[in-house]
Design a protein around this ligand. Structure first.
Ligand code: BTN
Length: 309
């Protein structure tokens, strides 16, 4: 029935004016009562559909990432008004064998997770999703996937909205030093093959990020108007799918570096065990950050919180 809703919306959008119940019922091969029931459900979901004696007219759509808004992905987009964390649901889907590029997206998360065991504030208006990826890479090269996901997000934001999005090590997206998006990855692998890499993204779109600990910004604040979460997610998934098709041969990390705001900076890396300060001079093929310390020696950092000094 999700398909029926998509088809009704498609016809109403294509027409742009009132479409009679008869035309809809013939086009979809359903009774007029069945069409009416689907229209009622769409109205309940926030679609402004004007119903009159002449038929139905679509006056507005909610910016809710419902599966039928993603043409060609209706079966693989799993939308929830509220979840604990999209990571939890995506993990179950991945373990149960869902196809690659399955997406779990929610309006709110009650237990949104950030990196390093932090929580991620997930107020309505933000875009919170996890995408299940199944790259054909050896597990050792899995960091390439999250670098690719971050790079593609920055490029998508630039392309759609012309914003100066940059990547911060390891996988944040910053605009003018303020955090627009964060990313969390989770992987399961056998010795020689990745079973899945789940990439979870929290993107501040139209939400109020004031509850977040880091200095955050939103797309709405940057653009001075609300942005469409549907458009963003659709464009991101298309771009990510295209990029991952060449992940084996492409030098993603080299390209990531050209969009990085971390390299060349003085940084402090904080882990549970220690704090190291130095100049970020490079990122190696595994995605580790290479620091030049005050004594001239070099140190490779695999993970940690990175603060630009
Ligand atoms: C970070 O910067 O610390 C990473 C934040 C990742 C947040 C996203 S929101 C969607 C997905 N579900 C979660 O619980 N976390 C990630």
């Amino acid at each position: 029935m999700s398909d029926t809703k998509g088809q009704i919306l498609h016809l109403l959008r294509t027409e742009g004016d009132t479409v009679s119940g008869k035309i809809l019922s013939t086009a979809l091969g359903l009774s007029r009562t069945a069409i009416w029931k689907q229209v009622r459900k769409l109205q309940e979901l926030g679609y402004a559909i004007e119903a009159s004696a002449k038929g139905y007219r679509l006056d507005g759509s909610p910016d809710t990432p419902l599966p039928w808004e993603f043409r060609g992905r209706e079966e693989t987009v799993h939308y929830f008004p509220e979840v604990s964390s999209t990571m939890d649901i995506a993990r179950k889907l991945a373990r149960d064998g869902c196809p690659p590029f399955s997406v779990v997206v929610a309006d709110r998360q009650t237990k949104g997770r950030g990196r390093l065991q932090r929580s991620w504030h997930s107020e309505p208006g933000g875009l919170y999703f996890t995408v299940v990826l199944r790259p054909s890479l050896p597990p050792l090269l899995s960091p390439r996937v999250s670098f690719c996901a971050a790079l593609v997000l920055a490029l998508t934001l630039k392309r759609l909205y012309d914003v100066a999005a940059a990547v911060k090590w390891p996988n944040d997206i910053l605009v003018k030093e303020r955090k627009l998006a964060g990313m969390l990855s989770e992987m399961e692998a056998e010795t020689d093959r990745i079973a899945y890499v789940n990439v979870g993204i929290g993107l501040n779109v139209n939400n109020d990020p004031s509850g977040a600990a880091a200095v955050a910004t939103t797309l709405k604040e940057i653009l001075g108007r609300p942005a469409s979460r549907i458009r963003l997610l659709q464009a991101y998934l298309e771009a990510l799918e295209a990029r991952l098709a060449t992940i084996e041969e492409a030098d993603i990390i080299a390209e990531w570096k050209t969009h990085s705001v971390t390299l060349g900076r003085r940084v402090e890396i904080v882990t549970e065990r220690e704090t190291v300060a130095g100049t970020a001079v490079d990122v190696d093929e595994h995605g580790s950050l290479i620091l030049q310390l005050a004594d001239g020696s070099r140190r490779t950092v695999i993970y940690g919180d990175c603060f630009h000094l």
